[in-house]
Design a protein around this ligand. Sequence first.
Ligand code: PLP
Length: 355
Amino acid sequence: MYPWVYEAKYGLDHAWSELFVEKPHRTPAEEAALPEAERLDIMAQRNSFPELPLINYTTQYGLGCFEGLKAFPQADGSVKIFRPDENGKRMKRSMEGLRMPGFPVDMFVAGVTETVRRNLEAGFNVAYDPKWETDSFVNASAVYIRPFSYAEPGIGLGLSSYPWVIVGMTPVGSYFDPDASTAAITTDKLRATPGGTGWIKCNANYVTPILVKRWANDQGYMEAIFLDMNQKYIEEGSSCNIFFRMTDGTLVTPELGDTILPGINRASVLTLARDMGVKTEERKVAMDEVMANCVECFVTGTAAGVSYIESITHKGTKATFGNGSMGELSRELLVTLKGIQYGSRPDTHGWMFAV
Ligand SMILES: *Cc1c(COP(=O)(O)O)cnc(C)c1O
C-alpha cells in the first residue's frame, strides 16, 4: 500500500471536506531493504486509521461500495489514469443506490489524481518497461487505485448519512497467471438476484463470488461463470464482464440490468470493437447458444483487462473455443486497450487523464 491516502467526509453541514493523509513511510528502496518484521510494521502503520470507526454499517453489514481503477506508467516517465471520470460517475450512482449522499464526480477525479501525484512525488511509482510491449502488455504493472465508501459508527440496521470516501492505492501486476489454464466452469450459485444490489459495486455482493472462485480454482479452473436465476442465461465472471464472439463474427455480451455490473472495460471494449467494424450486440446470451456457436470468449475488468477464456465446462460438458488459445479478435482488443493505456496506441477517445 502506498503512503498517501485520500479521505473525504460528508459533514453535518451537508458538505464534503477532504484531507490528504501521509502515512508512515521511507523510500521504496529503503523499505524493500528492511528486515521483514520492520517492513511489516511500517505496512501495518500505513493501514491503520484510528480516526475511522471499527463498528459501522460497512464492517457489520457490507453497506458500502467501492471502485477499482488504474494509473498506467508511460514510456516518457509520466503516469496516466484510465477513465477516472467513469469510475467517479459509477461511485456516485453506487452511493446513491445505497441511499448515501453521492460523492461529486469532479472531487473524485481531482482527489484520485492528486493522491496518485503525491505518491509519485514520494517515489512510489511503477516504472515503464519496454519489454512489456513485446508480450502484448500481458505481464505489465500498474498502480491499482481503490476508492471506497465507509459508514459512520452504528450497530443497528441503518443507512449511512455521513459517510467517508477513502482512496488508497497499491502497485499490481497481472491478475490472472498468464501461464496457467484459462478454463472456466459455470456455477449454479447466484452472484446477484433481480431487485438486489448486483448493479452496484456494493461490498455485500462479493462473498459468493469469492467462495465460488475458490471452488473453481481448487478444481483447476481460472474463473467461475455465473448464470441467471433460471440457469439459462449467462451473467458475469466472478468480478468481470464476459464477451463471446459467435460463428457469424458478432461480438456479444449480456445486456445490462440490475444483476449485471456495468463495467467500464466492458463499455470500452464495445467501443473499440465497433471502431474495428465488428458487429456488437448487448442482449441475453443463453448458455446453450455459447456451447453451440461461440468461437472466442474473454472476460473484461480493471483487474482482468481483456483475458481470454479457452473453454467453459457446463454441467459436465466442456466447450473449447477456437483451438483453445487466444482468439484473433480477443488479442486485437487486448493489444488495443493496453496500447491506449500504456501510450503505445493513440488515445482516440480521450480516455487517459494525465496526473
Ligand atoms: C468491477 C466489476 C466488473 C468490472 O468493471 P470495470 O469497471 O471494467 O473494472 C465487472 N463485474 C463485477 C461484478 C465487478 O465488480
